[in-house]
Design a protein around this ligand. Structure first.
Ligand code: HEM
Length: 434
């Protein structure tokens, strides 16, 4: 079998945070900065803007004044920012001109990327996606629901009452790691390895998760070695109802080169983990920042599904997806050249005042709560979207049965990333049970 270390070396992240400009640390200063600088100088792909949560005014200005915005970054090279909801839809559904093949984040130029179906175009994308889709079929989700509920109940029954604790670690990570371990048929007692690998996979050296590219390589190698071993074991067994067995036995995927297997495993680990985890955390934060909405939820728990969708919009757990232009394209009055990176900023589309009423407000009973663009659109639309919603709904149903209030006791610690919009920690206190 190929040495995975050799195979993944070029996929290690190579972003130096010191190359990015410093940014204002609060919103009023960010607004001043966003509107006073020359529009050509706006670089929304600065991870510091996300870390300090001051990105909103920059996107607001781009949506209004330069919705197809060009910036030549010394870190990522030149890239276009698409910031309006309808323009994002137009690009996301146009895979003939805007390819996923060169990579789906702003980083790199495609050669660094492990092959995975999110970063493929048809027909290969379609057959690989089809192989794993049964895992998240309505019937399978129905089977999973009691297990998720039982685990959510146990996690919540064990949190301390009246004392501060980290919601990310004790609740969000636990539930999503347990679900993911089930999807892979991975040993539950080692589930936190999945969380760690998910964090490391998208981490930037020096951003708080890993210190160096070497550390990235070492930890990802452990991940890949583990899954290669599981793949071989599952190949030799009769086939099971887990994602590794599905890939190992699927007619279209069983002869995958090892790198492609590893890429797809990583896709499922990151896709199924960070995003849902950060929305669970985001829901507690959003309800605390909007006590009137929390009150509404207590009065009408039947609003949980729509609160979940509103949180997925508000949070936008993946800030962007990127495409590469396959040919020169006139888009509005701008000319995108062949080979250029086109970044669809979902986080901005979800705040587009032309499409979403009062987008800056968190409103749990919106008329069309699933109108958000957080799951993308078109052929790559999130395959796990119903599973994500299910986990969120179940945890909130179980929370409402137990606790009248979860109080956020300090500011969250955020992630250094222009891609994953998430939290490292959220201190909370639960005053009492019902
Ligand atoms: C709130 C939670 C989630 C969010 C916000 C989210 C977001 C996204 C987005 C934006 C895309 C790309 C869409 C596009 O390019 O048009 C995507 C694709 C994907 N997601 Fe999710 N996701 C979530 C949860 C999950 C879960 C739980 C799973 C695992 C089962 C998952 C697995 C995937 C996969 C495999 C793809 C690739 C689909 C393809 O290329 O055809 N996601 N997701």
């Amino acid at each position: 079998m190929t040495d995975p270390l050799l195979d993944i070396r070029s996929a290690a992240p190579n972003v130096d945070l010191s190359l990015f400009d410093d940014v204002p640390h609060d919103l009023p200063a960010a607004r001043q900065d966003a509107y006073s600088k020359a529009i050509e100088a706006i670089d929304v792909a600065n991870p510091k803007l996300f870390y300090h949560n001051v990105i909103a005014p920059y996107f607001e200005r781009l949506r209004r004044e330069d919705p197809v915005h060009y910036y030549d970054s010394k870190v990522y090279g030149p890239y276009w920012s698409i910031t309006r909801y309808n323009d994002i839809m137009a690009i996301d559904t146009n895979h003939k001109q805007f390819s996923s093949e060169g990579g789906i984040t702003i980083f790199g130029d495609g050669r660094e990327m492990l092959p995975m179906f999110i970063a493929m175009d048809p027909p290969k994308h379609d057959v690989q996606r089809k192989t794993v889709t049964p895992m998240v079929s309505p019937a399978n989700l129905k089977n999973l629901e009691p297990l998720i509920r039982q685990r959510a109940a146990k996690i919540l029954d064990e949190v301390p009452i009246g004392a501060e604790f980290d919601w990310v670690d004790k609740v969000s990570m636990e539930l999503t790691a347990m679900t993911l371990a089930t999807l892979f048929d991975f040993p539950q007692e080692e589930r936190r390895k999945l969380t760690r690998w998910s964090d490391v996979a998208t981490a930037v050296p020096g951003g708080g998760v890993i210190d160096s590219r070497e550390q990235w390589l070492q930890e990802m190698t452990e991940c890949f070695t583990t899954f290669q071993r599981m793949w071989v074991e599952r190949l030799q067994s009769a086939g099971g109802n887990d994602l590794v067995s599905m890939l190992a036995h699927g007619p279209e995927t069983r002869n995958m080169p090892p790198q492609e297997l590893l890429g797809n495993i990583l896709l499922l680990i990151v896709g199924g983990n960070d995003t849902t985890r950060n929305t669970i955390t985001g829901s507690v934060l959003a309800l605390n920042r909007n006590p009137d909405q929390y009150e509404k939820l207590r009065a009408r728990p039947e609003l949980i599904p729509s609160m979940v969708s509103e949180t997925i919009r508000w949070q936008t757990p993946l800030a962007h997806m990127r495409r590469t232009a396959l040919e020169a394209v006139e888009f509005h009055d701008r000319r995108i050249r062949k080979g250029e990176k086109v970044v669809m900023w979902y986080i901005s589309g979800n705040r587009d005042e032309e499409v979403i009423t009062d987008p800056e407000s968190y409103i749990i009973d919106r008329a069309r709560p699933r109108q958000h663009i957080s799951f993308g659109y078109g052929i790559h639309r999130c395959v796990g979207n119903r599973l994500a919603e299910l986990q969120l709904q179940v945890i909130w149903e179980e929370i409402m049965k137990r606790f009248p209030q979860i109080e956020v006791t300090a500011e969250p610690e955020r992630v250094y990333s222009t891609f994953v919009r998430g939290y490292r920690a959220l201190p909370v206190r639960i005053p009492r049970r019902h």
